[in-house]
Design a protein around this ligand. Structure first.
Ligand SMILES: [Zn+2]
Ligand SMILES: [Zn+2]
Length: 77
């Protein structure tokens, strides 16, 4: 699960590269390709192909992405 601030950073810093991978489809997706949870759009992301939850892989990405860290660090101060 990502905080609102982290989501906005994700869509800015990581807009140009894949941030999630689906173990079922064996595909990778950019933020704008992911589907948000309909009932709780702030809580996670779904695979656009099979609608499985890929939030965990997004979380893994943001914790290791230099672009995300740079923007997050700037925002934090
Ligand atoms: Zn990234
Ligand atoms: Zn999938």
């Amino acid at each position: 699960m990502l905080k609102a601030e982290e989501r906005s950073i994700l869509f800015t810093a990581c807009a140009g590269h894949p941030v999630a991978s689906c173990n079922h489809c064996l595909r990778r997706f950019r933020p704008d390709q992911l589907v948000c949870h309909l009932r709780a759009p702030m809580q996670g992301f779904l695979c656009p192909e099979c609608r499985r939850d890929v939030t965990a892989s997004v979380s893994t990405h943001v914790s290791s992405c230099p672009a995300f860290a740079e923007l997050h660090g700037r925002k934090a101060g």
